[in-house]
Design a protein around this ligand. Structure first.
Ligand SMILES: C[S@@+](CC[C@H](N)C(=O)[O-])C[C@H]1O[C@@H](n2cnc3c(N)ncnc32)[C@H](O)[C@@H]1O
Length: 213
């Protein structure tokens, strides 16, 4: 069964303020995030446009902007986008759905998606990767993060707000095969342990993948 997008949107609309307060500026506490985002910005360079998909309150877009990347953000939740616009008024943010993108084929130079697939079933991840592949330009770069594992956690409450969504963990094998099936090449998965006391205690993965020329 697919995760209901209305439930995801309602969850983030309902906890938008709390989420922004809890997670703003979190890259500064995570050295590996910083290393990876610097690497991404080095690869993208002056190429445009660059998008942060599932941007939430704009942490990753904001960090890339600081590194000199012209980046925009896209998210399903209108309320979380209000938080992003307030925190990063210089960045363009717009509402959209990763599973049904309104961008032209071959139109985006670089895409980051930090934990944006966390509520997707495997079928939805497959679809998201095909959509991302479609809109990337040839030689375009995709940077993804996710929680490693094989389980799903259902939460009825988060940050003192009522929600009704599943949080998914994925195996590296599944992600690798899904990216390959979508057409990506040069796929590199980088694992790390959680930063204790700073984030949820799960192993994390960063993935670089390229759309072939
Ligand atoms: C776990 S949060 C991550 C937010 C941000 N990237 C970060 O790392 O702080 C997942 C985000 O993805 C967004 N999202 C979930 N499904 C989406 C979809 N189908 N299209 C666009 N955004 C989506 C949610 O609204 C939420 O803001």
């Amino acid at each position: 069964m697919e995760q209901d997008l209305n439930k995801i949107e309602n969850a983030y609309d309902g906890m938008a303020e709390e989420w922004a307060e809890a997670f703003s500026g979190e890259h500064d506490k995570k050295p590996k995030d910083i290393e990876i985002l610097r690497r991404f910005s080095g690869i993208v360079g002056k190429r445009k446009p660059v998008w942060d998909f599932g941007c939430g309150p704009g942490n990753t877009a904001g960090y890339l902007k600081k590194l000199g990347i012209e980046v925009s953000g896209l998210d399903l939740s209108g309320k979380i986008l209000e938080q992003a616009r307030a925190l990063y008024p210089e960045i363009h943010f717009q509402k959209g759905n990763i599973l049904d993108l309104s961008f032209d084929d071959n139109s985006i130079a670089g895409i980051v998606a930090f934990y944006a697939i966390v509520h997707f079933t495997e079928e939805q991840v497959n679809r998201a990767f095909c959509e991302i592949f479609r809109v990337l330009k040839p030689d375009g770069i995709f940077l993804l993060t996710y929680h490693i594992g094989g389980n799903t956690i259902h939460l009825d409450e988060f940050l003192d707000r009522k929600i009704d969504v599943d949080f998914m963990f994925f195996t590296n094998d599944f992600i690798l095969n899904s990216l390959k099936s979508a057409g990506f090449i040069n796929i590199e998965i980088i694992e790390r342990s959680p930063y204790h006391g700073i984030e949820y205690e799960s192993r994390r993965a960063y993935v670089f993948a390229v759309k072939p020329l």
